[in-house]
Design a binder for this molecule. Structure first.
Ligand code: MG
Length: 451
């Protein structure tokens, strides 16, 4: 059955099976109408490197133009690159043709507000409703918007990131760096940043072909080739990205993929060594963050899962930095979205100012094991399972802002229904691996009918 997932953050689906030019064009008309058509201002349009990207971007652009909106086309660019361009160019909004870490058969459209952030819930709902009801009109031929190509928008992003780190100090170290941008949108941007920071870059999977040379998520099991490149070239660090370059994970100088959770913990601790201020992260992010916040004597604001929730908390609480444990660093000095470029620059700055290798920085952090599972919901209602989980662990500290989050001295358990699939996501973290595993197993048992 063709399926197009339509949510308040955009649309996503399998190309040719629910998602094609007609949907992209209609989505452009819907967002264009929401922005006010010819009176609304221009939209920055970018895409990741998937082969279906040009076709969908063209159709989306036509939708914007027929809604009367101007379009500033930045071509292949990272999602944070598009967000920075929206602000820099004073656009009314942004759109990125990307399916982030989904396999190559997928694509989607993600929308950004004029501040470069994901659309607010209210705006996202309004666009979704317009799209679903086809509540938009096409302007008369004389009011069709103008399209413009912006060449070299990557430069805007790179310059912005260079402006927030001690570039001179990083350059003096002449780091050797390995890079794996998974043939996605972030390769050229990241190479440019790293070279501007005086690094000698050894890149694999760097051509933006959209034919991903490894599993698209930057998780340890997908980083064998990057680990090998780190060892072969004697690199100080390996940087792995996802296809739209909003997530970053690290391989240390010994060739060990350290796991995505370390990215945010290291970057937050480094920023706190420069400046004092609160942090923000979602409820599924490692407890390493709590210790980082506690040792600096600052508050860590926890939020429901979702980039927008973290970005809002950063803004509301005036946070120094924040993000998600999946390697998503949000530095409000750059833009209110996850950004692998600023993440990489801060890691290099941390290594340059401390003079210590990455493995040592990692080993200073407390060791936890995280276990992730998903369970099909079947006939069970998510709410019934969540109630059963609550009852099963009455002694734990309960947070119900996003499913059920339970905390103990030695770890936590987070169970929530997926927004996009009929599954439960179950994540546990604990000081001992067996504790995390047994908590996940107990939840898995609760999702199965008795007998
Ligand atoms: Mg992504």
């Amino acid at each position: 059955m063709p399926q197009l997932i339509v949510s308040i953050s955009g649309i996503r689906g399998i190309v040719g099976d629910g998602l094609g030019p007609a949907e992209a064009r209609a989505f452009g008309l819907a967002f264009g109408a929401h922005l006010g058509g010819p009176e609304g201002g221009g939209v920055v349009l970018g895409r990741d490197s998937r082969p279906s990207g040009p076709m969908l971007a063209e159709a989306l652009k036509e939708g914007f133009l027929r809604a009367g909106c101007g379009v500033l086309d930045v071509g292949v660019l990272s999602t944070p690159g598009v967000a920075v361009a929206v602000r820099h160019l004073g656009a009314a909004g942004g759109a990125v043709v990307t399916a982030s870490h989904n396999p190559a058969a997928y694509n989607g459209i993600k929308l950004l507000s004029s501040s470069g952030r994901a659309l607010s819930r209210e705006d996202g709902r309004a666009v979704r409703d317009r799209f679903q009801r086809r509540a938009f009109t096409e302007v008369s031929p004389d009011a069709i918007g103008r399209g413009e190509t912006v060449s070299d928008a990557a430069c805007i992003h790179v310059e912005r990131v260079l402006g927030v780190v001690d570039a001179e100090q990083i350059r003096r170290r002449r780091f050797r760096v390995a890079l794996d941008p998974v043939n996605g949108a972030g390769g050229a941007e990241m190479v440019r940043l790293l070279e501007s920071l005086g690094c000698r870059v050894h890149a694999i999977n760097v051509e933006p072909t959209g034919e991903f040379g490894r599993g698209p998520e930057p998780t340890p099991e997908n980083l064998a080739d990057l680990a090998e490149a780190v060892c072969r070239h004697g690199a100080a660090v390996g940087f792995a990205l996802d296809p739209d370059a909003d997530r970053l994970s690290l391989v240390d100088e010994t060739g060990r993929p350290v796991g995505e959770e370390y990215t945010l913990a290291l970057v937050c601790r480094h920023r706190l060594s420069q400046e004092r201020g609160p942090l923000a992260a979602n409820l599924s992010t490692s407890r390493m963050l709590d210790e980082v916040a506690e040792s600096a004597g600052v508050t860590l604001y926890r939020t429901p899962v979702g980039e927008l929730n973290v970005a809002e908390a950063i803004e509301r609480e005036g946070c120094l930095i924040g993000g998600e444990g999946n390697g998503g660093v949000i530095d409000p000095r750059i833009c209110p979205v996850r950004d692998s470029l600023v993440g990489a620059a801060l890691i290099l700055e941390m290594m340059a100012t401390s003079g210590r290798p990455l493995s040592e920085h990692c080993s200073d952090l407390p060791v936890y094991t995280m276990v992730k599972e998903k369970a099909p919901l079947g006939d069970a209602e998510a709410s019934e399972v969540l109630e059963a989980v609550r009852r099963r662990f009455p002694e734990a500290r309960l947070d119900e802002r996003d499913g059920v989050h339970l905390a103990w001295e030695n770890g936590w358990l987070h169970v929530r229904a997926s927004n996009t699939e009929p599954i439960l996501r179950i994540i546990a973290e604990a000081t001992e691996e067996h504790t995390a595993r047994s908590r996940v197993r107990e939840v898995m048992n609760l999702t199965r009918p008795p007998g």
